[in-house]
Design a protein around this ligand. Structure first.
Ligand SMILES: Cc1cc2nc3c(=O)[nH]c(=O)nc-3n(C[C@H](O)[C@H](O)[C@H](O)COP(=O)(O)O)c2cc1C
Length: 198
């Protein structure tokens, strides 16, 4: 018997892009969001979107982010009545992988305890734990070394999330000698940190 042309198995698969959702929180390391997004876009086959906390907005300019950028207002403006989409559910469905970079101490604490009071934490609270979620903690040394940090990072790992470990580096601002940042772009981060006015 000749294979039918309408048989789905005979139809070449059209590969859709791999969807990466970047979450950004109010750490000074959010200065590097434009660099992170542009480096992700250099990887063939990726589609990238960003979800931001309100505090994170302080550290970058939206015009430097060449992908869709979602924030809390979008969630509430989108939903008016029953048939409307719920953005945090749509985004957790859309994403194949979530990368929270940087993850500040505040949002780390919220995620570890299940608090979901903004778009980013609602997405994470609704996350399908079969999909990868990577997080890059970023905070100054004294915050990092507080005993609650290890507990909270351990909790996220227990959920199955993957930590991208910190590195020690010179602080962008303030009187500490080092800060913790995620490994990606470590060298460049160090150079920028020494130059950044604060
Ligand atoms: C200039 C500046 C830099 C900050 N950098 C950090 C940081 O690197 N890590 C951190 O945990 N908090 C940092 N914070 C504090 C957070 O912005 C603050 O906890 C905020 O409420 C976080 O909100 P979010 O988690 O909703 O983004 C910084 C605050 C300021 C004003």
């Amino acid at each position: 018997m000749e294979p039918s042309t309408s048989c789905p198995a005979a139809t070449p698969l059209v590969k859709r892009p791999f969807h990466v959702l970047v979450g950004v929180t109010g750490s000074v390391a959010a200065l590097k969001l434009p660099l992170l997004v542009s480096q992700l876009l250099d990887i063939p086959g990726l589609e990238v979107a960003v979800v931001t906390t309100e505090r994170a907005k302080h550290f970058y300019s939206p015009q430097d982010i060449p992908v869709t950028l979602y924030s809390d207002a979008d969630e509430w403006e989108m939903w008016k009545c029953r048939s409307d989409p719920v953005l945090h559910i749509d985004l957790r469905r859309w994403a194949d992988l979530m990368l929270v970079a940087p993850l500040d101490a505040n949002t780390l604490g919220k995620v570890a305890s299940g608090i979901c009071d903004n778009l980013l934490t609602c997405i994470i609270r609704a996350w399908d734990c079969h999909k990868p979620l990577l997080f890059c903690p970023a905070m100054n040394t004294v915050m990092w070394e507080h005993p609650i940090t290890a507990q909270q990072v351990g909790q996220l790992k227990a959920f199955g999330y993957v930590e991208i470990p910190c590195v020690a580096k010179k602080l962008v601002c303030g009187d500490q000698e080092s800060e913790r940042e995620h490994k990606q772009g470590e060298q460049q981060a160090e150079e920028e940190g020494k130059q950044a006015p604060c």
